[in-house]
Design a binder for this molecule. Structure first.
Ligand code: BG6
Ligand code: MG
Length: 219
C-alpha cells in the first residue's frame, strides 16, 4: 500500500530538463565537441560532475579534473541564467491540480531531485507549496542510479521505502527507485524506454494509479 509519492524535479514537475540539455550543448559548442540528444538523455538524473563523463565523450581527448570542474561551473552559470526567467507559468498545467488532488486523497508528497538548483526552482515556480518534504542535490553524496536520494526523501516523510512510489523521467532515476525498493513510475524518456513498473504518457495519469480512500485504482 503506497502512502508517499517521491518526485524527481527536472523533466517531471517542470521542463527544466531541456534547459540542462541546452546549457550542456552551449558548453559543448564552445569546446567544438559534438553533443547529441542521446547523450543529453543519458545525462538525465546524473549529477553535474558525473555528467562530465558523458558530455565530452566525443572530444577525442580526456580532460583533467581541473578542466572538468571549470566546465561544470561554466555550465551551471549558463543554466542558472536560463532559470532566471522561470515562473509558475512554466509548470505544465496538469501538474499542480494533480499534486493537489493526491494530497487531498491523503498521499504524502516529496521531492527527490539530484539538483543543487532545486531550491531555486521550487521557489521560482511555487511548487514547494505542494510538497511535504524536499530532498535535493545538497543532501546526498551519491547521484542516481544510487538510491540515496529516494531513501532520503522517504526518511524525511517518515515512511519505509516499500510504502513509497518513485517517479522519474531518467532511466538512472528509475534504477535508483528500484534499488531503493520502491514502486517505480516512469514518464518522458524513462517511459519511452519502458523502464518503470508503470510507464505514463501524462502526469495526471497518477490519479488513476493512486485512488482516494475506498476507491479502486489501477494498482
Ligand atoms: C538532475 C538533472 O535533475 O539534476 C541532471 O536531470 C543534472 O541533468 C542534475 O545534472 C544535477 O543538477 P544541478 O542543477 O545540480 O547541476
Ligand atoms: Mg529528471
Amino acid at each position: 500500500m503506497i502512502e508517499g509519492i517521491l518526485f524527481d524535479l527536472d523533466g517531471v514537475l517542470v521542463s527544466t530538463d531541456e534547459l540542462h540539455y541546452l546549457a550542456w550543448k552551449q558548453l559543448a559548442d564552445r569546446l567544438g565537441i559534438p553533443f547529441s540528444r542521446e547523450q543529453g538523455d543519458r545525462c538525465r538524473g546524473v549529477s553535474r560532475m558525473d555528467s562530465l563523463e558523458i558530455v565530452p565523450e566525443q572530444a577525442g581527448r580526456p580532460y583533467s579534473q581541473a578542466e572538468k570542474e571549470a566546465f561544470a561551473q561554466e555550465k551551471n552559470q549558463a543554466y542558472r541564467a536560463m532559470l532566471s526567467n522561470l515562473s509558475p507559468a512554466d509548470v505544465p498545467g496538469e501538474v499542480v491540480p494533480t499534486l493537489k488532488q493526491l494530497r487531498q486523497r491523503g498521499y504524502r508528497l516529496a521531492l527527490a531531485s539530484g539538483s543543487k538548483n532545486a531550491g531555486l526552482i521550487l521557489e521560482r515556480t511555487g511548487l514547494g507549496a505542494w510538497l511535504d518534504a524536499v530532498a535535493d542535490g545538497t543532501c546526498i553524496r551519491r547521484s542516481k542510479p544510487d538510491p540515496e536520494i529516494f531513501l532520503t526523501a522517504a526518511r524525511l516523510l517518515g515512511l519505509p521505502p516499500s510504502r513509497c512510489a518513485a517517479m522519474d523521467d531518467a532511466v538512472a532515476g528509475i534504477q535508483a527507485g528500484r534499488a531503493a525498493g520502491m514502486l517505480t513510475i516512469a514518464i518522458g524518456d524513462s517511459a519511452v524506454h519502458r523502464a518503470g513498473a508503470y510507464n505514463l504518457t501524462r502526469f495526471d495519469q497518477l490519479l488513476e494509479l493512486f485512488p482516494g480512500p475506498g476507491e479502486e485504482g489501477a494498482l
